[in-house]
Design a protein around this ligand. Sequence first.
Ligand code: HEC
Length: 140
Amino acid sequence: MANFRSLLLGLCLLGIVPAVQAGADNPKKNFRLYCMGCHQIDGSGSPENGIPSMRDEVGHFLRLPEGRAYLSQVPGTLNTPLNDGDTAELLNWVLVNLGRSSTPPDFQRYTAEDVRGYRASIPEDIPGVRVKLLEQLAKP
Ligand code: HEC
């Protein structure tokens, strides 16, 4: 038991246990569980394999209302067991920590209600939506 306690203490000092134990860092944990496999830990993705980089980029979508919806409608975000509230937190975390400079500091954070609404009306052609959004965002 003593060994277990000192192991736990060691992990706490490393900052590993509190995140998992307290549930304080759920979005980060959820990102690692459900998103990192494709998007990489730093959000850089794998553009050559069709997984766009979110790093310093994903926040640009917030400039369009359809873009804000799109981020919560991509299959990766949808195909998790996360509820609307946890999904909202995860998106906010992604925008701040991976979108970084692309995300306006005063951006409208996602709420569970937002996510519920967006999920109720998923566009059929998500990759097509992305192409259109990028065209619109490229306009001056
Ligand atoms: C199986 C691989 C995969 C997983 C897992 C995955 N994604 Fe994605 N994600 C993609 C692909 C591919 C795209 C590009 C959009 C498209 O063409 O559908 C994308 C696009 C996105 C985008 C929009 C970025 C852009 O530039 O278009 C966001 C935001 C996103 N994913 C969030 C998430 C989150 C959050 C998770 C975890 C809950 C997640 N994804 C899990 C593959 C994945």
